[in-house]
Design a protein around this ligand. Structure first.
Ligand SMILES: Nc1ncnc2c1ncn2[C@@H]1O[C@H](COP(=O)(O)OP(=O)(O)OP(=O)(O)O)[C@@H](O)[C@H]1O
Ligand SMILES: [Mg+2]
Length: 476
């Protein structure tokens, strides 16, 4: 963060200084919510959570080096007291970003935000200092915390914006107004809460409404609900996708036998060949979106194609591929699941399976529920079960309750009888089954919504052999 005095911070957030002997003392950063991350010069923000109240850690935070605490009540150590810490954090982020000259890029969408954010960051870092969130910090707390990491040297600020309700993105773009705003897709994530895909589009489109006239809206040409957002912005619009009229296009898209996408990248100023280190064809769309941003910021097609071919996974549990020393490959995509990403992951598994089958291996899809699908839940789980069979996945292990039984039933109705598909009650049972069945050459995809916690299946299977992979893991 840029250095700011406690007096300045109190003024920016409209807070009351308490127990501050010297208001000219400066916060030099970072701004943190976790007292264990305190470093000298930090500002500690005290949130009252369900399990712990940050105010209880204020004294320790200052002892560890924090200059002051942003809090809702006096805490006996230097504090700026406000009514609402979240709003104060937002106000501080807004002011800091306004003072800096960095180009702000913000992105939203139903699926792929974090993956795409990581790609954009890996492209833009080649051009200049880039600040972006680690993992998934995409809400009203994570976003300002990320923005507050920017300083005078920052050229690009890349922010992920998530939405659970109409108005969420408007709030986030109000905190840190983007110059480049990107909408990836409108899927079915959180459709249960929103009610319909049209409502989701209404919410995501707030991204482009927030852009200034000299800004750029980056829209997915292949998604009709995203394309239609062009009418909601003052900014210039650029399209990415596989549609022939997209400004940034991929042609000759295919999956390698490892399940990694390869394609020819077309930009208005040139072309380049890309073979990604990431797994699954859904990354083609993410790569094109990232290209559109990098192109706007002056990177050449050659530079972009090279950077995309070298980019790794920065965030965990998203198509993390590890080959065990005994030749079993684990694909951990347990971070989350929705119908679109289930289909993409299954197709990647099928592609990887072609290589595996020639070595006598089988493909396993260990799948659990996709949450928040509302009325579409039954049909969507049924469809995923059927797709696993159509893609010739060798074994489906459906894990969990009612939704898992729908996955299994879909597979059954598509012609997968006997032992080709099974339904087990929980992760423990899945681990037991896989331990007794897996053999060298097998490829195992593990995927479900976050709440199922299927990463423990992937982890248990990886723990079974201690030797590390042969380097096929996707990234850093
Ligand atoms: N373009 C895409 N289309 C469909 N699925 C995708 C796409 N990109 C990534 N996914 C899949 O979606 C899941 C979540 O990916 P990621 O974390 O990048 O998305 P997100 O939008 O950031 O999710 P969240 O809403 O939880 O922040 C992963 O399982 C990933 O494999
Ligand atoms: Mg995310």
């Amino acid at each position: 963060m840029i250095a700011l005095s406690l007096a300045e911070i109190a003024e920016i957030v409209g807070g009351q200084p308490h127990d501050i002997p010297d208001p000219t003392v400066r916060v030099t950063g970072p701004v943190v919510t976790d007292s264990r991350e305190i470093r000298p010069g930090a500002l500690f923000t005290a949130f009252a959570g369900e399990r712990a109240d940050g105010h209880d850690f204020a004294v320790r935070a200052v002892a560890d080096g924090a200059v002051a605490v942003l809090a809702t009540r006096p805490v006996g150590v230097p504090a700026i007291v406000v009514d609402d810490v979240t709003a104060a954090l937002g106000a501080l982020a807004r002011e800091v970003v306004e003072r800096l000259g960095a180009t702000t890029v913000a992105l939203t969408g139903s699926a792929g935000k974090t993956s795409t954010k990581d790609l954009i960051a890996q492209l833009l870092e080649r051009k200049g200092p880039t600040v972006y969130p680690a993992g998934n910090l995409n809400n009203e707390i994570g976003l300002p915390l990320t923005a507050l990491r920017a300083d005078e040297s920052t050229e690009h600020l890349v922010l992920e914006m998530g939405a659970r309700y109409v108005g969420d993105i408007r709030y986030l773009t109000g905190l840190v107004p983007p110059r480049i705003g990107l909408v990836l897709n409108v899927g079915t994530a959180h459709v249960g809460e929103f009610g319909s895909r049209e409502r989701i589009a209404e919410a995501k489109g707030e991204m482009v409404e927030a852009l200034p006239e000299d800004g750029v809206a980056v829209l997915n040409a292949d998604d009709p609900l995203v394309r239609a957002m062009a009418s909601r912005t003052k900014a210039r619009v650029t399209y990415f996708g596989e549609s022939p009229d997209a400004d940034i296009r991929a042609e000759n898209v295919r999956l390698t036998q490892q399940g990694q996408p390869a394609f020819t990248l077309h930009t208005p100023t040139g072309c380049g060949d890309v073979t990604m280190r990431l797994y699954g064809e859904h990354h083609v769309s993410n790569a094109l979106a990232a290209t559109a941003v990098a192109h706007e910021l002056g990177m050449s097609a050659d530079e972009i194609a090279l950077a995309l071919s070298e980019a790794g996974t920065l965030s965990r549990w998203r198509m993390e591929v590890t080959e065990r020393s005994d030749g079993v490959t684990i694909v951990n995509d347990a971070y989350n699941a929705n119908p679109e990403s289930m289909r993409a992951a299954l197709r990647a598994l099928a592609a990887m399976g072609q290589g595996a089958q020639s070595r006598g291996g089988r493909t396993w899809a260990v799948l659990g529920l996709m949450a928040e699908l509302g009325d579409e839940a039954l049909a969507e789980h049924d469809a995923v079960g059927r797709l696993a069979v159509r893609l010739n996945v060798s074994k489906l292990v459906a894990v969990g309750g009612r939704e898992a039984s729908w996955l299994r039933l879909g597979a059954y109705n598509e012609g997968s009888w006997g032992e080709e598909s099974v339904h087990v009650s929980d992760a423990r049972a899945a681990i037991d089954l896989l331990r007794s069945e897996l053999r060298p050459g097998d490829v195992v995809l593990v995927k479900a919504s976050r709440s199922v916690g299927l990463e423990q299946v992937a982890q248990a299977l990886l723990d079974d052999t201690s030797a590390p992979s042969d380097g096929r893991g996707a990234g850093r």
